[in-house]
Design a protein around this ligand. Sequence first.
Ligand SMILES: [Zn+2]
Length: 384
Amino acid sequence: MTWNTSGPTCRQALSHYLDILSLGDQTPSSSKKEGSGHIYHTDTSSFTNTASASPYLSDLDEGEARDAQPPQEDLLEIVSTPDRGQAVFTTRKIKAGTLLLAERPLIRLQKHEEDDPEAIAREFSLLSRADQKVFLKLFDAQKSRMARAASIYYSNCYNCDSYVASGQGGSAVGVFASRINHGCVPNVQFCYDEPSNEMRFHAIRDIPRGKELCSNYDKAVFEVRSKRQRKQQIYYGFICRCEACEPKTEFWARSDERRMAMYDAFKIVQACEKEFLSLSARSGSLDDCESAAQTVPGVSRDTADAALGTLVKLEELLLKECLAGVPLANTYRSLAKWAERKRDYAQAVKWKGKELDVCRLSFGSDALRTKGVQDKMTELEETG
Ligand SMILES: [Zn+2]
């Protein structure tokens, strides 16, 4: 496997999509390349073949690793696959919203430390010998580029930026999190819980028994298959074989069309945002269509209606493409924001409620974002 980029990379860059779609809500989390080196094939046709399954913790030296007993171990097993390395599979039918994995990172770096290999070497040296052994067994996609600990860190780290209040969450590597491979149509959503210092993965759709867990490492959910494959070949040395990439089904046949339409929708919402900000700056009000409309009558509300109509289409496309989790939550957040700008509080509450449902499912009820959405919804209800 080859790796043709240098420097840090991070998984779970979907958080960028969140920031882009809802301009001004949050600062984009980083300029890191999307994705991670640790991506294998996700051929759905082989998901039920667990005949060669090794015991769940067989890749670890039993009793040695600090986090060798994740809380949901009876739901999952690690399987040695012929073409995807170690992969995580379900051992029973899973309901959407289930917390499948929660583990403390082996190494976590603050935002300002992420580009510093010496910080990784320091954290590595602080691990117990058993944990160092476990860490050194993780996938290394960038072997020749830098010191091994740093190379392994950058091959497996998840971006935590969006999951802390400051938006500067840094990144983290977990033993089990590192075994979850990429899929363009993921069935789990990563989040980082700062109070417990846990990396968490929730099921974002019902998952049958014997299916591989897949998380989307790529921020650009609206890119077409050929572009994704080019990137995968250049940066990761493999081609994804998820249901949007390979099996020539009806879903596969329509996937590119849907993702192109998502991109068009995204560009329209971006243009609406730019126009709205320009109008509201002229009216002296930063977040209210009615005030903006007094300066430029009609135009501001038309902009909001165009954004809302486009976002509803985007919601439909995401649902058809089975892209739940962060992209869907962010679309609902944008819908609520635009409805609020129109002072249509009944609609704003409706969309906020949908965002809340997706956040509960994707991050859990106690997650920072979920609580924030709940608070905002209460505020909107009181305003309306
Ligand atoms: Zn794929």
